[in-house]
Design a protein around this ligand. Structure first.
Ligand SMILES: Nc1ncnc2c1ncn2[C@@H]1O[C@H](COP(=O)(O)OP(=O)(O)OP(=O)(O)O)[C@@H](O)[C@H]1O
Ligand SMILES: [Mg+2]
Length: 343
């Protein structure tokens, strides 16, 4: 196992009780005296400790960084990565918007955002040109974190968009018209390469690819990279893969370290030093409508996402979204050819 494959550091959980008892959590723990006996108080205490360990004062980007979290392979940790990085960045004082672009609405659920069929959602933005500001909701647990939810309607948008004007750039236009100041926008993509994902790739400058440390991890990645190239060539010249994050890393298996080695040799500097361990806490958090950052801030999963967010914040200070340099004028004519190539 490579020494940098997992984050190191003391894991704390001062709260004796059910949350520390789950089998399978491979986290060593030490005991600290609790200062506040309420769940929120404990969470706040742990969050402060965890954030303190991760390092304070993350640099904020000069302009909004728009990161597209994509991998058409299902279940690799896109949504988990989106919401936990977003919460980590927000807890460091950044203003962060999560755009849920997956009809499954998992990111909305994980952030505790209501997304039943009647809730104004990203569907209305894409299909009915509703302003993004009318659908964005604040995330209650985390100051500075916002979410544009997805409802089940979005499943139909893939088809409805086909016949619409500027079908690939509807999200981009909505974001450009959104006037609230933001440091980061994280877009959670569905596990497919259809028009929803293309809208995300046109709207963003950076692609973040979570890769699960399992067999077949790299399968299908070529198709995603080809799409990134196509979108860059035709619609969004600044688009690039800026970040690769290894997820569900289990240091006990040789397979995980082999996959990590392979990904690092393929991609090099894009791969974050921090990888995300397989963690029971991470998988439990969404059922409480929470990120692991608020659900169990001292857990190995929370600490690794906080560390990954720190890396992203430091790496990205020179790479950010520059709307006026996208040079989209003159690219519109190429939309049809790109759509054909994507089919
Ligand atoms: N580090 C982790 N440790 C344990 N479980 C995890 C971890 N990361 C994600 N999971 C679990 O794996 C499952 C898939 O994760 P997630 O939903 O984030 O993937 P996804 O790529 O968004 O999936 P989809 O392609 O369906 O959108 C979820 O049940 C999630 O809770
Ligand atoms: Mg998902």
């Amino acid at each position: 196992m490579r020494s940098d494959a997992n984050i190191a550091g003391p894991m704390t959980d001062p709260v004796p009780g059910p949350r520390t008892e789950s089998a399978g959590e491979d986290v060593s723990r030490e005991t600290l005296p609790p200062v506040d006996d309420t769940p929120i108080g404990r969470a706040a205490q742990l969050a402060v400790e965890a954030l303190g360990r991760a390092g304070e004062g993350l640099p904020r980007p000069e302009q909004t960084r728009i990161m597209v979290v994509a991998n058409q392979k299902g279940g690799v940790g896109k949504t988990t990565t989106t919401v936990n990085l977003a919460a980590s960045l927000a807890l460091h004082g950044a203003r962060v918007l999560v755009i849920d672009l997956d009809p499954q609405g998992n990111a909305s659920t994980a952030l505790g955002i209501d997304h039943h069929a009647d809730v104004p959602s990203i569907y209305d933005v894409l299909v009915d040109s509703r302003p993004l500001s009318e659908v964005v909701q604040p995330v209650l647990d985390v100051e500075g974190l916002f979410c544009a939810p997805a409802t089940i309607d979005l499943a139909g948008a893939e088809i409805e968009l086909v016949s619409m004007v500027a079908r690939e750039s509807r999200l981009q236009r909505a974001i450009q018209a959104y006037e609230q100041p933001l440091d980061y926008i994280l877009i959670d993509c569905p596990p497919s390469l259809g028009l929803l994902s293309v809208n995300a790739l046109v709207a963003g400058a950076e692609v973040l690819i979570p890769i699960q440390c399992e067999y077949y991890a790299l399968e299908g990645l070529g198709q995603l990279l080809k799409n990134v190239d196509l979108v860059r060539g035709h619609l969004n010249p600044t688009l690039h893969v800026s970040t690769i994050l290894l997820t569900m890393y289990d240091g006990r298996t040789r397979l995980a370290s082999q996959v990590a080695e392979e990904v690092r040799s393929h991609f090099g500097k894009e791969v974050l030093r921090t990888s995300i361990p397989r963690s029971v806490r991470i998988s439990e958090a969404p059922s409480y409508g929470q990120t692991v950052i608020t659900y169990d801030p001292g857990s190995s999963g929370a600490l690794s996402y906080i560390e990954a967010a720190r890396e992203i914040a430091f790496r990205g200070i020179s790479v950010h979204y520059e709307p006026h340099q996208h040079g989209r004028v003159g690219h519109q004519n190429n939309q049809h050819s790109m759509a054909e190539e994507l089919q």
